[in-house]
Design a protein around this ligand. Sequence first.
Ligand SMILES: O=C(O)CCC(=O)C(=O)O
Length: 245
Amino acid sequence: MIEAAISEIRDKGFCVLNARFAASTIRRCREAFWPILSDYLEKNSEQPNRGPHRHFLPMPFDPPCFQPEFFFDAELLAVVRGVMDDRVVADQWGCDVPLKDSIPQQPHVDYQRPLFAEDPDLLLPPYILMVSFGLLGISRSNGPIEIAPATHRMSKNEAIRAISAGEIEMQPVLLDVGDVLIRHPWALHRGTSNKTDMPRPLVTIRYVRRWYADFSRDVSTMPRYVWQSLTAEQQSVMRFPIEDR
Ligand SMILES: O=C(O)CCC(=O)C(=O)O
């Protein structure tokens, strides 16, 4: 399974690991997150930050929203480490939420600037991976992420041209509760419309090679008691601000 997932990410730019997390674990996370999301939407519904009726917000580190297995599941980490290296760290933990009346985004990549500005199309081994899972099942009706396969190995302009010309089709990624999507952020992707009344939370952990940092998205602070509850090995995988409270 691990080797197959690694090859799929290398070839196609993404893979789905089915039934990685227990439905009860996701349910506990969702139930704790729902009031936080409602509160956020009450304050920010008029200021969508990812397009019309579409929001990104950092995930809290308070259990049960935060559960160690999301970050340290052995097989998931084996895939992430197999694509990058054994010293990867997690540095983002957030949630994308399209609401009713959200519209399809333009296909885009998840990096703001190339690592080497003088050679923006230089193809490099992966140094960032996004690991995502739904807090609800994600079907065609509630706005699945769509990904254009193998575009992580093309220049951005060529990939955009190939999609516009219909040479590469965007593929919707449908996820049951507990399924996990691992994707290369260079693979062109977009959020689609949520046609239901229920917000669609897709939670994402970003893993990066230890030497990479860009602070491109907001992150929550981790309470010190949560940090102290982690083993030394788990702590070595986490790069988040710690807060005494
Ligand atoms: O939520 C999604 O399905 C994808 C959102 C996305 O790619 C973005 O907002 O940049």
